[in-house]
Ligand binder design. Structure first.
Ligand code: AKG
Length: 345
């Protein structure tokens, strides 16, 4: 195990007792949460710090004293615990000089992106969730579909995943459900949205579901796209073409507003998985998941229903991002992220 840690992860272990240990198999990357690990570690002494790097199958613990760390090494090395999925795993501990992790640079939200918390009350959340009739016969008034990774329903206009566009000449009968009228009016009045949407996509994600990274087709929809998260929180990943990825927490009952660069240039998507890596401290609900490894844990996903509102565009897009704008491109290059979207569902 010591060789593997060094060879694959560059973690150098030492053969003498220190205050700090690497806990192999006790990481967020193999479904062990902070809440689960802390009590196990605290049985051996006072935990001074627990660093849990995102997606890694190990963590680092620093005890107040080397004696406590020694006690942990003796007691916990080879100990079986149960992970967040209920599976048994064996912890392997080794001393390290220092509990440390290379912090990634500070990240900011993609420009033009906003998360408005508590935009809907719990009572309204219940009513809105109940208003979606998923059992209705698929005579396809609302383009209801069961995709591989989620259920969807469209109102106003059907979204066609084959070409990532809407048929502007064929609005769906009935428009948006009446229940949204007063809510959209309120969001307009309060300035969260600037124009009244005429298209709604409802997505329902079970734990383990997701949506491939994509940019909503520029020629199909206006600038502002908003998505209301009900039922459960989720982490959505935003990716800039240069490779920077920013994971953003969308709390339950929050509204994600994407405009400008975040709508036109960055892809957004949800990785299909059962747990998200989130901030452990309670004060930190929405927005970016920082790289503070001393404050990360896992959150079990629940069923999330999102309501994405858009306004269908009637004139070509003339945004400032011509390289990713289908209105301004001569031909759609095959590598355009969305062309692979439904194929990978
Ligand atoms: C889409 O339907 O294109 C989405 O991006 C849905 C986003 C969400 O679930 O919030």
């Amino acid at each position: 195990a010591r060789h593997t840690l060094l060879r694959h992860e560059g973690i150098e272990t030492v053969s003498y007792a220190t205050q700090s240990l690497v806990v192999a198999n006790g990481g967020l990357g193999n479904n062990v949460s902070r809440n689960q690990l802390v009590p196990v570690l605290e049985k051996c002494g006072l935990v001074d710090a627990l660093l849990m790097p995102p997606s890694k199958p190990y963590s680092f613990v620093r005890y107040k004293t080397a004696e406590e760390a020694k006690e942990a090494y003796v007691t916990l090395n080879g100990k079986e615990i149960v992970d967040d999925l209920g599976q048994k795993i064996i912890l392997y501990l080794n001393f390290v000089e220092k509990a440390q992790w290379k912090e990634l640079g500070l990240q900011a939200l993609p420009p033009g992106l906003m998360v408005v918390e508590e935009i809907i009350s719990s009572e309204d959340e219940k009513i809105l969730l109940e208003s979606v009739n998923w059992t209705e016969d698929i005579d396809n008034h609302n383009g209801q579909k069961c995709l591989k990774h989620r259920r969807v329903k469209h109102f106003g206009y059907e979204f066609h995943y084959e070409n990532n566009n809407v048929d502007k000449d064929k609005p769906l009968p009935g428009g948006l459900p009446d229940i949204w009228d007063s809510i959209l009016e309120k969001w307009l009045k309060e300035g969260f949205i600037k124009h009244k949407p005429d298209q709604l996509t409802v997505n329902q994600y079970e734990p383990g579901h997701g949506i491939p990274a994509h940019i909503d087709t520029h020629s199909a929809f206006e600038d502002e796209i908003v998505s209301l998260s009900l039922g459960s929180e989720i982490v959505m990943d935003f990716k800039h073409p240069d490779g920077v990825t920013v994971p953003v927490m969308l709390p339950r009952r929050s509204l994600l507003v994407m405009t400008g660069e975040s709508r036109y240039l960055w892809t957004h998507g949800i990785t299909p998985r059962k747990f998200d890596t989130v901030q452990a401290s309670k004060g930190h609900r929405s927005g970016i998941i920082t790289s503070d490894v001393g404050d990360l844990t896992l959150s079990k996903r629940g069923i999330r229903t999102s309501f994405t509102f858009r306004k269908v565009r009637q004139t070509p897009c003339n945004c400032s991002y011509p390289l990713v704008c289908d209105s301004q491109m001569k031909e759609t290059p095959p590598s355009f992220p969305e062309s692979a979207r439904e194929a990978s569902q």
